[in-house]
Design a protein. Sequence first.
Lengths: 277, 294, 465
Amino acid sequence: MQTEARWAVYLRTTIIAVGALVFVFPFLWMISTSLTSAGELFKLPPKLIPNPIDFSGYQRLFGNPSLPLLRWVANSLLVALAVAFLQVLTSAMAAYAFTRLNFPGRNVIFVAFLATLMVPFQVMVVPLFIEMRFLGLQETYGALIIPDMASPFAVFLLRQAFLQLPRELEESAFVDGAGHIRVFLQFVLPLSRPTLATVAVFSFMGSWNNFLWPLVVIHDPSMMTLPLGLSTMSSRFVTDWNLLLAGATVSVLPIIAVFLFAQRYILQGIAMSGLKG
Amino acid sequence: MVGDRGWRKAGLVALFLLPALLPLVAFRIVPMLASVWVSTQEWNLLRAPVFVGVDNYVDVLTDPKFHKGLVNTLYYLAGYLPLVLIFALIVALLLNSKLKGMALFRGAYFLPVVTSWVVVALLWKWILSPEGGLVNYLLGLIGIDGPGWWTDPGWAMPSIIIASVWKDLGFNMLILLAGLQAIPEHLYEAARIDGAGAWRRIRSITIPLLTPSILFVMVLTMIGSFQVFDQVYVMTQGGPAGATTVVMEQVVRHAFRYGRMGTASAMSWVLFAIILAFTVLQLRFQRRWVHYAN
Amino acid sequence: MRHSTIRRHQRVSAVVAALAAAALVLAGCSSGSEGSEGPQGSQGSQGSAGTSGAADPGPTGTSDVADADGSSDKPAPSGDPVTLQFFNFTAGTDHAAQLQAIVDAFEKQNPGITIEVTNGSFDTYFTDLQTRIAGGTAPDTFELNYENFVSFAASGALLDLTKAAPDAIKPDKYYPKAYDAFNYQDVQYGLPESFSNVVLYYNKDLFDAAGVAYPTKDWTWKDEQAAAEKITNVDKGIWGDYQPFTFNEFYKTLAQNGGSFFNADGTKATFNSPEGVQAAAFLTDKVGKTMPTEAQMAGKGDDVLFKQGKIAMWHTGIWMFGLLTEEPANWDIAIEPGNVQHASHFFSNAAVVSASTAHPVEAAKWANFLASSDETVKQRLDNNWELPAVINDDLLKPYMQQHPPANKQAVFDSLDAVVVPPVTEHQQEMQDIVTLNLQKVVQKQMTVQQALDDAAEQVDALLQR
């Protein structure tokens, strides 16, 4: 195995590091502004570490009973975790059906799955909202979770992954008399962990960042998800930057924590799939 | 018995397929169909709907504001797609190394992906503030008089594009990285043995074998660009003076602000037709440049 | 095998068909309907008559007249504990405590009735309301501003209040103009909780420093422009004037110039007349000369700029009084200058009851209390939370003596010449058309005449749809 030349390593690392800074710095800036007092906000040159460090933005944020920030975070977490779990489950099962089971119309149904990706969600919002009402689900977690139970995108990814799995293990399992369910649980799933993890992460993120749907279906402040709650905050405190960015900071921290925790798993997964070659 | 096995097999297929299929039908396909029906009505959800046939479609297709919305959407697409693809590719290539610390950097680039658009919009509005914002301050240091960014009709869409590229790059980078890491090492070995330099290896091995992933990113990004909404709604709400009105913003505005459900539905179906056309074109065209390994 | 496959297909398609049918049926009949409105979205920080931090930013139109199955409930027998929802957009965070005080007082006087308050944000209030009503979860009681009132009332979504609680409601208590505003076709559907209007705020220190005399009630546009020019000092970041260039300001300045928005029978837009062009020019010429552009405002709201003493004259609502108790140091108000005549906004919010509420009697009682009780008057006056619409001179006296501003009389003087907003079936759409074209004028994409002609054409087309 050949190693990269020294200078190449330095160059590569430098470029990446500078680039990474562009992606990380705005967050630091956000934290910095949230700790800047209102009077200092517009003074130039801008300081990264504010002087004085002013917590009033946070005090106003948490001291305001009509801004249940932590509740919003909890709602978002609950919904996103449920959606991620359900999407992984349903997509893995569907992908198994598409790759290991033969049935008429298999390809047609798969293409239909994908076609739904192209139709913008806004097209479906109103009828979907009415459906929620019919099921008595408006203003509930159910409305946020159940319509998102399945993800064609996840099915697509997992189908790709399942297609690439070596079949020998499965085939010998079948010969030994194992049924599909066992093969699915004991062979296919474990060998696809990286992709499953990726799907879980993407599902989680998608749900977390969902904005329009909660906007339409949730109006009770205590049931709002984080993006929705934040946007109501920003429309009320239009230019109160240090309050707004304090709210933004608080809302970003939990998701970053979750991400850092899950990141290792995903990267392992990607690395493993890379090494497989 | 054939009958028995048939039933069992059907049951099995149902077991595996239905958990994903049923919700999709119930919560995506059914509303889609209902929406087609809505597009033939004049309806504000309160009065009974009135059948107007294709009038909504005619109105939409002849509305100069809709045309402007389409142009803005294409502007967004033309700016955003190349930028996010090229930069994601560059970063993926750079990060495709077993050096220690790459994991940390990967996380850094992915950070904006996990934050919600409201946060990103707020943040970038603040950073791109014409006076007092970080970017214009930095530009001022090198003698450039920074533009009005999101307050200036000429710079509002670029502002949205910048924020979008920043936010989405990590996501696309990850997909491309996965594609890169799926390229078998032995191909590079063989090339090195043959004396191919780094650049040659990238051109002859990496890029061609990455084309499926690139296609994937392109198709997804293109579809997403046509549907862009969240960042426009939160950053500029279609302004200033209608400079960033994209089709989806119009759809939402017509549906919920003006109570024109029929028109909004027709608009979104017109957009769908356009997306479909573009996607088919892309997929047709892909045979020319996408290489599938074995 | 084929047999079972077909059967399975049939089963699946049966389920799908059933779901499709259900959805279509549901989509077809939406019960319980109230007005519709959308997010206040496309107006930006210069977009509304009142801006950030305000509890009541003024009117927004509705879209459509609606037609619901208004139920005629017989008054439910009291005795069981009753919970009523109250959805509002005026309490916000600034006045949540005052609203709660009013609620507490009501609950004390009416044991057995509990009020569940939801304080909505103005920007999302009407979307929320619309979708809740479309979803069948309309709040028992809620607030409406004048523009939206007409379409809600026309749709049969509101309850006849004097019928539900005839003894409690006393029409004489209210300012006639406010009371009548919420009467539709001889039925009283709303009780005015408050009214407010827009006045001209001015910073005395800035006037003194530039040696300009303070605004009086005889001022005209010329005087305002002259003063603004003298005071504006771009280098120091001092601006003479601030007035949003939106639909709301336009129809008012149009009236101040003697023009009219529609023709007599409301079938054609007439605001692109010479009077209209002058009015629009008055609004749009300021920007960049005596009024900061959005870029120049640097992400600060107009309220912040006025507080910091960067703006000398500010057209905004009286709901801002409470925000300015500390800064700027010396300010007062005057009636807005007219050109040909005076014309002021008249904003009023009413408490209304949903026609589909299960407790009409209690709800009507609550609406009445909210609108006219002494507690309400006290809370509003003591805290600068808009003006109560009831005539109560005793309580009004201390209000008049609360300074700043010293010239509170201007608030009442403004009521002598009010202009009622033009209202149509597609209110929001019409407002957006006008506002967008005015924005284009400011961005130098259109001349004033072009903008108004184009807008008039679009509005005419809208009227015919």
